[in-house]
Design a protein around this ligand. Sequence first.
Ligand code: GSH
Length: 197
Amino acid sequence: MKLYASDNSGNSWKIRILLSLLDVPCERVDLDFFGKREHKSPWFMQINPRGQVPAMEIEGKYFWDSTAHLVYIARKWGGEQWLPTDPLGMTDVMHWMAFAQNQVQFGLQWARGVVLKLKTTGDFVEMQRQGRLALQILNDHLQHNDWLAVGRTTIADIACYPYVAKSPEGEFDVAAYPHVVAWLRRCEAVPKWPERK
Ligand SMILES: N[C@@H](CCC(=O)N[C@@H](CS)C(=O)NCC(=O)O)C(=O)O
């Protein structure tokens, strides 16, 4: 198993979190994202035609999206803890995984990309609106729940965590969402939760 990643990438961070929590060894290839923009180089576009990190080589095949990577690692090494197989439990986890790929990505991730000049196109006002919607939805849910799905830590929390943690870099006032802040601290208190790189 090989992870193609980059240090400043929240989507790569998701994979590092689960690998660390489960103590799963994985070869890592670090791409020069800012300097050489290696994620757009011909050799990497053969691996991921979207030109994005993370990508993974798993059992001889390439997969491009952090959701797919988390699902594989959770099912292969995580037992029932991180992605349960009962229909309702799996639906609950996948519901928040989909949210991570919608409002969290198109709002929180992309707004940060504009502020840090990683992303040069798109409507910043709309990204801010989507991002605030993401934080409000999370805050409302976390007011009555410690974790996003099935009452325990799962890959749903891992999928949402990085870009919520990085949201101040996208000019979001995360402190205005106290239940979200408390959840971030709960995630960070999980043993072996790796720090940001
Ligand atoms: N939905 C993808 C998003 C991946 C993504 O947006 N990666 C960023 C870095 S965190 C990237 O490579 N951006 C460069 C680009 O989109 O051109 C996932 O979850 O893996």
